[in-house]
Design a protein around this ligand. Sequence first.
Ligand SMILES: [Zn+2]
Length: 456
Amino acid sequence: MLKKGLNTGDCWVEKLKTSSREEINEIQLEKIKKQVSYNYKNSIFYQRKLDAAGIEPGDIKTWDDFHHVPFMDKDEHRAAQEESTAQFGHPFGMLACAPLDKIVRLSFTSGTSGTPTIYTLTKNDIKVTNMLNARKYRFIGLQPGHIVINGFGLSMFAGGVPVVDALWDYGVCVVPVGAEARSRRLLESAQLIKADALFCTPSFAEYLAEQAGDVLGKPIRELGLNFLVCGGEPGAGVPEFKKKMEEAYGTRLFDINGAVQPLHCISCDSDRYYGMHFLSEDYCYLELIDPETGRPLELTEGVTGEQVFTWLDWEGTPFLRYRLGDILQIHTDPCHCGGPGMRIKVIGRTDDMLIVKGVNVYPSAIKDLLVKYMPRVTGAFRIVLDRPGPKVEPPLKIKIERGEGLEGSALDKLKHEIEEDMSSVNRVRPEIFFVSPYSLERKENKTQYIELDPNN
Ligand SMILES: [Zn+2]
């Protein structure tokens, strides 16, 4: 199905299929030893951090040694930028490992809270990033000759110009329309050039589908797109959303991850959502930790924890053991699609996590579970807390919108089923209250799943 000669220099995805976990870990450990030495030698921040922890680069010989390297997070990243600005007049002096004349691209996080954190890339880092992106494009079957509309915001956003660059480098035809060019322009362009693929955020994909009737006078599926690739915010991994968008566009929705960070993954060609195949383990060492204790968790089938990653073989700003506050679930059993690598599901943020009798509960896990019960429920719900989390005194109270016309014994039966299901799947027995359909507030951007009981 795929054209030969595409990125022939990169065989990692093929190697993943035949390598054991031990072999992959061995490659990673060798790279880690070099990366720690490189960071120590070239970055004031890392020299100080490792010195404070009493670690010399030569000390790292085993995984256990490496797990003593302290974590870093966004607050520390920002503090290092500020310190650098005060000392050097620019924000790169503490963290950047490559000299400034080798830095050719800066990427920012979207900066929804606080100052954006900056990532510095050298020419070689861009080459690697483009290669990791190419793996994902090749995995889903994009080929030269395909026309791709990039509908991610082009300005200061990791999914904008860097994705355009990666697509060009891969060899497809890219139209960098960007989310800035209102929906009319994007939809008309897609129609004019007979685009094969659209890359954008899940919320923009939904908005375009709604606008197509007014703008084009026909449903969006008649554009004849073959690929819808969504990332940059949560949504594409929610089964209910995936189904809705695939029906609207008449094509497969692929959930994609990885632009600034080295964790590059993409979901496979399936009706069901099996998580995203992790295709960059040679450039990214992923750990899952218990968000409370920081203890590393073994990567076994179904394990859930906070993601921590380490850049391998990078020059610009290769972070070590960076915590971004995202909660992932890992699937290590082979995927039914036959594709390689472990799969990753983004479950939520550490900020949303609740702890009920020592068990971690995420609103997104409840959302996933409720999808099974539709249309007996609408899918909308709220977790009601007596006092702010994350610790919750049991029972965990959940308000759920019942489906139209459901009452009496049918409702009692449903309550019992959901409570049983949650206690076996999520290991927490909730107390459920039903409310009328569509009585909970709908928000365009982000729904808050947790509310405080005003009576407390
Ligand atoms: Zn798969």
